[in-house]
Design a protein. Structure first.
Lengths: 206, 206
DNA sequence: GTCTATAAGGAGATAGAC
DNA sequence: GTCTATCTCCTTATAGAC
């Protein structure tokens, strides 16, 4: 029936929003059901457990992120442009939902069992390996050619990811001061993206 | 009585450890009581609510952090040395307990009510303001003197804090690969501290 | 497929004996 | 001050009617 399909999708959609807003343990299945407009038992009918619901929501998204990871590496002539593209890519992804960055830190990195699951399923896969190996090779070439200072690929990637993620994690702090409008937010993010890009590009220059 | 004092302190000590290990909502008062070796009611006898217990533990620590924040600014002749000192200071602080960084992100930044409380109580205080104003002045002077590139103090501080915090947040990821011994951890932290320092110093150079 | 009802357990907090 | 017992509420998950 089409109606079933609708409810199942609505559960996924509503649960995703609530998980992002209030975290996994902060969201009850009762609350999800209420927001969906059905009863709590139906959540379990479709997804059996809350944990399975979690993965049904976020596993496809993670797959996408890993899949698209090496896309920015293909375009752009010189290395500095590619780094700029990567930062652009991460910002664009995290900008889609401002709760994504805190959520990643909270529910993925903070939870050992989840992290292990994620690592096994995504980071050991072929696509992720290829993307990183590609990046690593590129960095080594640039170092040897003397176009950037001696730096390890893993450190560079970690620096970039840290600066991007933390921009969005720290973002709510600024907006607690009263400037909550979306214009100020956009300006802040644009400003931070530039600041991060400059820091990284200058930071790896010879 | 001295015995009362002992139990009260032991509750504080044990609860701190458990909060850091498993987070606030992940730790029950029953669990704290069990670890202390008393019954659950006693927790509430001494601290009334779980939330008050939380602040009785972490408010003094936050006070300390804010108080000591401008200490690294006083010693060290040139600006680059001072920046190195600040990074050193943050690493040293976060190294005291590896759970501190995730905890800060989780329990403070992620929780709007907690963050508001923290901001009101500590960030608007005189000591914090003075420390940041001092730092801001210093950066402006360096920029005007042409010793560093044009950069805003708030961005610089944010970059530094982000890189330091994320080093410790990402740390468990590396150790899921099997290298869990404390030697590897120390080496990793030392390596990251150097990488962060180099990136920041080069990143603000002219 | 969707519901009501309920099981089974855990949480924080309180009352009152000692 | 420390205990046991208990209240109240909320959680996930399941059983079974329709």
């Amino acid at each position: 029936m089409e109606r079933n399909n609708n409810i199942e999708k609505r559960i996924l959609w509503v649960a995703e929003r609530l998980f992002l807003e209030k975290g996994f343990s902060g969201t009850s299945t009762t609350e999800i059901a209420k927001a969906v407009g059905c009863n709590q038992a139906l959540i379990h009918y479709y997804f059996r457990t809350k944990e399975k619901l979690f993965w049904d929501i976020f596993a496809p998204k993670m797959e996408q992120v890993v899949e698209y990871l090496d896309a920015p590496l293909d375009n752009g002539a010189d290395f500095f442009e590619r780094i700029t593209n990567i930062i652009d890519f991460y910002f664009g992804m995290l900008e889609l939902d401002e709760r994504l960055a805190p959520f990643i830190v909270n529910e993925l990195i903070m939870s050992p069992s989840r992290w292990e699951f994620f690592r096994e399923r995504f980071l050991r896969s072929e696509s992720r390996s290829r993307a990183f190996v590609k990046f690593e090779k590129m960095v080594e070439e640039e170092v040897e050619a003397g176009r950037i200072r001696n730096v390890q690929a893993i450190d560079l990637l970690l620096d970039i990811m840290s600066l991007c993620l933390s921009t969005f994690i720290v973002a709510p702090m600024g907006y607690a001061r009263g400037e909550c409008d979306s214009n100020a937010r956009k300006e802040y993010l644009q400003h931070r993206k530039e600041a991060v890009t400059i820091l990284v590009l200058k930071g790896i220059s010879v």
